[in-house]
Design a protein around this ligand. Structure first.
Ligand SMILES: C[S@@+](CC[C@H](N)C(=O)[O-])C[C@H]1O[C@@H](n2cnc3c(N)ncnc32)[C@H](O)[C@@H]1O
Length: 434
């Protein structure tokens, strides 16, 4: 038999992120693969070859968008009977090695469903296979999948039927640990756990990585053995605004700190500081971050602001005259992105990744305006859209390739964001006023 093929079975969620996550994990683990079918976001099935099954297991250990990977034996675009014929044509010594093992069959349907009887009839079509071991539905040594891909009902493509041996599942169970519904403290802009974890994959986070979130809000994610650090201009987000409550006279703390305790990440979180990213405490001759992962403020639910001298002084007095706060002005999204890219160009290691969300309005006529800005110090790695009604937010992944020529942030602003700002954000504003 020639090269072993594998069927990657993705989950039917965040289709636009699947290939980017897969490629990020291949880069993280230095895995080479060869595609044997064309990848399309329209299908959760993709046939690929790898150098070893170890490589597949590494990818599965971190993937949130792969449901499972199968050793691929056959695919028919005609019928289940045809698939059974194709499997019969495979030299049966391929299956001999499994003859005495316990086993089970799984029928996996996509865009269709099957009754219990139809499933049994389907399994019967493969009764000729030389499996003499006991059927074990709970803990079989081998699991064989028959997949019925009925996508044609959605997009008029032919049905496809696959047969394969289960190699392993992706790491979706991990998502539930961080489920926002079970989290002690959340805010109005708290990032969904699945997307946060996907962001960490895109950023190639691994054991020992130093990760920074400059707009940390209510959560700083530190997973896969990384260390993380966060900051936010609004200390209430970090400390827990009106969040704490009493239960049987015990204080139940609701803050970023209580989230860290909930996930037992105390030894992984380096700390948080309250600061405006435009007045941050870092100095360029110091350390570098391995990754910057963030959800910047775009003014819809969390107002973006930055500290700025106003008429009458730098500090804002409270009504009682006892406290003084720095005065702030609105912080426009193009400026946020510009500052984020420039900050990252200095404070990321070369090869380090910046992963951030960029919101854009959908407009058929002005597709070019949906392009996230480039930066001379970065390669653009992926731009994955999450689509909502009338707008989308793009998960942008960039990799630093060189240091800026000067640490003086002297990259021309026009070069980065101006076209985007002038044309796109005018439109965004017009839409919000309409
Ligand atoms: C979209 S929210 C981040 C949400 C966060 N990912 C979470 O899960 O809670 C954006 C955050 O940026 C903060 N922010 C706004 N302007 C800022 C600035 N100039 N510097 C630092 N943080 C700022 C806001 O207070 C808000 O918490």
């Amino acid at each position: 038999m020639g090269e072993k093929l594998y069927l990657v079975r993705f989950v039917q969620r965040h289709a636009e992120f699947r290939l980017a996550e897969f490629e990020a994990l291949c880069k993280l683990f230095d895995i080479k693969y060869k595609a044997h079918t064309e990848y399309t976001d329209l299908s959760p099935f993709w046939i690929v070859s790898f150098r070893s099954e170890d490589d597949i297991r590494k990818i599965l250990s971190r993937s949130f968008l792969i449901k499972c990977v199968l050793e691929h034996y056959a695919c028919s675009e005609q019928s289940l009977d045809h698939l059974a014929e194709l499997v019969k044509d495979i030299p049966q010594d391929v299956f001999e090695v499994y003859r005495n093992d316990t086993f089970k069959f799984v029928i996996d349907t996509f865009a269709t469903s099957m009754s219990g009887k139809e499933k049994i009839d389907t399994i019967e079509k493969f009764a000729y296979l030389p499996f003499d071991g006991d059927i074990d539905l709970k803990n079989p040594k081998n699991t064989f999948h028959v997949i019925i891909d009925n996508r044609h009902t959605i997009e008029k493509e032919p049905r496809a039927f696959y047969f394969g041996r289960w190699i392993g599942d992706g790491n979706r169970e991990f998502i539930d640990i961080y489920n926002v519904k079970k989290r002690k403290y959340i805010g109005t802009t708290t990032m969904d756990a699945e997307l946060s974890l996907i962001m960490s994959n895109m950023a190639l986070v691994k054991k020992g990585s130093l990760v920074y979130d400059p707009f940390v809000g209510t959560v700083t994610s530190s997973c896969f053995g990384s260390y993380s650090f966060g900051s936010d201009i609004d200390g209430r987000q970090i400390r827990g605004k009106d969040g704490s409550m009493f239960n049987d006279s015990h204080l139940i703390e609701k803050s970023l700190k209580s989230n860290i305790a909930q996930y037992k990440l105390q030894n992984r979180i380096l700390g948080t500081v309250v600061c405006d990213i435009t007045q941050h405490p870092f100095r360029p001759d110091g350390f570098r971050f391995d990754a910057i992962i963030t959800d910047p403020p775009y003014g819809v639910r969390a107002g973006a602001k930055k500290i700025m001298m106003k008429e009458g002084g730098f500090f804002k007095n409270t009504e009682d005259g006892k406290s003084f706060y720095p005065a702030t002005i609105p912080y426009e999204l193009p400026d946020v992105i510009y500052d984020l890219l420039n900050f990252s160009s200095v404070y990321l290691e070369i090869g380090g990744r910046l992963v951030y969300w960029l919101p854009v309005i959908d407009d058929e006529e002005e597709n070019d305006l949906k392009e996230p800005p480039n930066h001379p110090c970065f390669d653009m790695i992926s731009k994955c859209p999450q689509i909502f009604g009338g707008w989308r937010r793009i998960l942008v992944t960039m990799e630093k390739k060189c240091d800026p020529e000067s640490i003086d942030f002297n990259i021309k602003k026009d070069h980065l964001v101006e076209p985007f700002r002038n044309r796109f954000f005018t439109k965004m504003k017009l839409n919000s006023e309409a």
